[in-house]
Design a protein around this ligand. Sequence first.
Ligand code: SF4
Length: 178
Amino acid sequence: MLIDGFDLEVFTPPCEPGAERFAARARLKAPIDAVLPYLNATLRGAVYNPAAGALTWKKGGHNIAFHAYEIATSNVEDRDAAVKELRGLVDLVNRTWDSRAEITPDLETHQRPTPMAVYKLLPRTNCKACGEPTCFTFALRLAAAQAQVEGCPALFEPGQAHVLEALRSMLIDAPRIG
Ligand code: SF4
């Protein structure tokens, strides 16, 4: 177990006074930076910054950050959910640390493709065949790895092979968000 003690704080972010969203922070008594490469290897959607000793992650629309002496979550709907999520994140760190012998640590920073970069490669006809109302909505889902290129039939029409290849190479490392 890496984390065996922390102080928990729940608050409304100062930039959103009166907002109906909550943030929570666990101040750790011992550093957890050693676990970050293992979290980077196992959490889809994580962005690891080794120089800053930080790893950020999005889960269910919540913004999560792991630092050496702190774990934080924000944009959570209520106080109890924020506490529950933070305790879950502490458990996640401990579980990951306990299984580190089975995980190859990942020290790379994986950049997600931007939705706009993905959108520029889509047909932009808004034909809705993918089940989304617009190509941009589909691009949002592709960038978050919540959809596959196979969902757009137009990409498989003759003459689109180069576009399809460009999209696939752009999305190959895109970890799933949410
Ligand atoms: S199927 Fe392809 S072209 Fe049609 S809306 Fe979806 S992404 Fe756009």
